[in-house]
Design a protein around this ligand. Structure first.
Ligand code: IMP
Ligand code: MG
Length: 184
């Protein structure tokens, strides 16, 4: 029911094109991903889950509770400048904890891989900090990026090439709190 009263109350009257992933579908998939990540890393080796803000905040908070082994959490706020269709822009880190990566397995958690621009600038920088391993976990992957510096090892959903909102994803900062993922 993309435009039920309940949905319209949440969106402030903005009509959605469709609901693509329901809260139940998301929760089931996030649990599977947590299980896969738990199995992937040898017990006893330090794991850092690094969320890219803001879009990953809901996904990350659900995901880390489905990873049933010790880990630590940190965040990074990155902003890309320049044309989205070229790689000439600058990567600006608005918040960078500069956590010590030496000897730690690092998982970058992204809400969505779209053009890959931000990731392609971020991955070399994070690699240079010497993590024991570096992997990417994305809730959504549109498969439109011509090149990715790091292919996601874990993908929640192979998403259609539409503008998606909800479950952390925004349109001009709105709609992040929708419990489902829909398109405008
Ligand atoms: P990329 O650099 O194009 O891969 O995407 C960078 C960021 O843009 C993502 O991490 C998202 O926060 C945002 N983004 C990309 N596609 C969408 C979308 O369909 N809806 C909402 N945000 C998006
Ligand atoms: Mg974003």
């Amino acid at each position: 029911m993309p435009n039920s009263d309940l949905v319209l109350a949440r969106t402030g009257g903005r009509e959605l094109r469709r609901i693509i992933y329901t809260p139940e579908e998301i929760a089931a998939r996030v649990k599977e991903m947590g299980d896969e990540i738990t199995r992937h890393y040898p017990a006893g080796e330090p794991l850092l889950v690094l969320g890219l803000l803001k879009g990953s905040f809901i996904f990350l908070s659900d995901l880390v509770r489905e990873i049933t082994r010790p880990l630590q959490v940190d965040f990074l706020v990155a902003s890309s400048y320049g044309s989205g269709t070229t790689s000439s822009g600058e990567l600006k880190l608005l918040y960078d904890p500069n956590a010590d990566f030496e000897g730690r397995h690092v998982i970058i958690v992204e809400d969505i891989v779209d053009s890959g621009t931000t990731l392609n600038r971020l991955v070399p920088l994070l690699r240079s900090r010497g993590p024991r391993s570096l992997e990417l976990c994305a809730l959504l992957h549109k498969h439109v990026a011509p090149h990715l510096a790091l292919e996601p090892r874990w993908v929640g959903f192979h998403a259609p090439n539409e503008f998606l909102i909800g479950y952390g994803l925004d349109h001009s900062e709105d709609f992040r709190n929708l419990p489902f993922i829909g398109s405008l």
